[in-house]
Design a protein around this ligand. Structure first.
Ligand code: SF4
Length: 361
């Protein structure tokens, strides 16, 4: 269990407040301040002076700050978060709907997605990912993941660009930090918390069958699931994603077939386009075969080449050839509009390298 008050789901918070003499009956008020209003606890005068001073005595909160911010001309802003032990992790604010940034006092029409990290570095080591090269430094506690989100919400409010969507696609594999992830999702979806629509929260994984089943069991498909597929054959997938050995494609397919999809929900299948590697007709056929009886959308992601990586980015012709292949096979698909390449904030580029960029804070 997280030692910080802001990493506790409601039941655990209530028990903690009871145990420490603040009184569990105040859990909703405290939760509201921590997660909806992002208000300092000393403002909770309605608790009365004795209980408030006890709360301030026992309230250990996560200390996550945006240490550096790197804006890009395309509206993306990449953030480096400082953690209490001196380590750092990353997040990216990504505009989802192009349009002018509203003037002060105007209501924002923009939708902005926050890319959230679950670990510092990553143990999976995908061949195409800069984060994977760092290895795992450590997993984040629930309070640190929520601390990132809180710091991001404050910064986004300053920029007048409210966060409307969350994607767990930053540093780390969320399902390898499952307990913290599940606590974060419980807190985010609690009616006394931030109340972001669950269908606007996406958890992205390279695919561990048992973890996907546990996610389905815990949340019944309320949150969006994205699978990083990236290959149409098991052999190529294992070369790109070492962890793919644990969850072969046929087992993964069976797992996704039983994943609950309430209402109009669908699965996202992420497919990074690596020209000359996974865009051959055979690999794309494998992708179509995997997708055809799933309620899913394939998201084609043009690879962002980075320094020292052995792959190149696809050109426009290669992207449209892959797209047409899927369209001809009647597989619903889209091409992801990538943002933030110039500040190394695009997919697979997070690696804490930013020496050549200028922070604005
Ligand atoms: S793609 Fe995701 S799972 Fe793979 S190394 Fe990068 S952060 Fe880890």
């Amino acid at each position: 269990m997280d030692a910080h008050l802001d990493g506790l789901p409601m039941d655990a918070l209530r028990a903690k407040l009871d145990e420490t003499g603040v009184g569990g009956q105040h859990a909703e008020t405290v939760f509201h301040a921590l997660h909806r209003d992002l208000a300092p606890l000393h403002t909770l005068s309605k608790l009365g002076p004795r209980r408030l001073s006890r709360l301030l005595e026992v309230a250990k909160l996560s200390q996550v700050q945006i240490a550096r911010a790197y804006p890009s001309a395309d509206g993306t802003e990449r953030w480096i978060y400082g953690l209490e032990d001196g380590l750092e992790t990353e997040g990216v604010l990504i505009p989802m709907r192009p349009g002018p940034v509203p003037q002060k006092g105007q209501k924002s029409l923009q939708r902005n997605s926050l890319c959230v990290s679950s670990q510092v570095g990553c143990p999976v080591g995908c061949a195409f990912c800069a984060t994977g090269r760092l290895g795992l430094k450590r997993s984040l506690q629930a309070s640190e993941i929520l601390g990132q989100i809180a710091a991001a919400r404050r910064r986004a409010a300053e920029l007048d660009r409210p966060i409307t969507h969350l994607v767990f696609m930053g540093m780390g594999e969320p399902f390898l930090n499952q307990n913290a992830l599940f606590d974060v999702l419980k807190i985010l979806s609690d009616p006394h918390g931030w109340c972001l629509d669950a269908k606007h929260i996406t958890v992205s994984t390279v695919g561990f069958c048992d973890r996907i089943d546990a996610f389905a069991e815990a949340f019944k498909g309320r949150f969006q699931l994205a699978l990083s597929l990236h290959a149409g054959s098991q052999a190529l997938r294992e070369k790109l994603i070492p962890a793919a050995k644990q969850s072969p494609l046929d087992a993964l397919h069976e797992t996704l077939k039983r994943f609950p999809l309430p209402g109009s929900r669908y699965l996202m299948l992420e497919y990074l386009l690596l020209p000359g590697l996974n865009d051959s007709p055979e690999e794309l056929e494998g992708l179509c075969h995997f997708a055809k009886d799933l309620r899913c959308i394939v998201n084609l992601i043009p690879f962002n080449a980075f320094e020292g990586c052995p792959f190149r980015s696809p050109n426009a012709e290669e992207i449209s050839r892959a797209f047409e292949h899927l369209r001809n096979a009647r597989i619903p698909c889209s091409i992801r509009q990538e943002h933030g390449q110039k500040i190394h904030g695009a997919c697979g580029m997070l690696s804490l390298k930013q020496q050549s960029f200028q922070s604005v804070i």
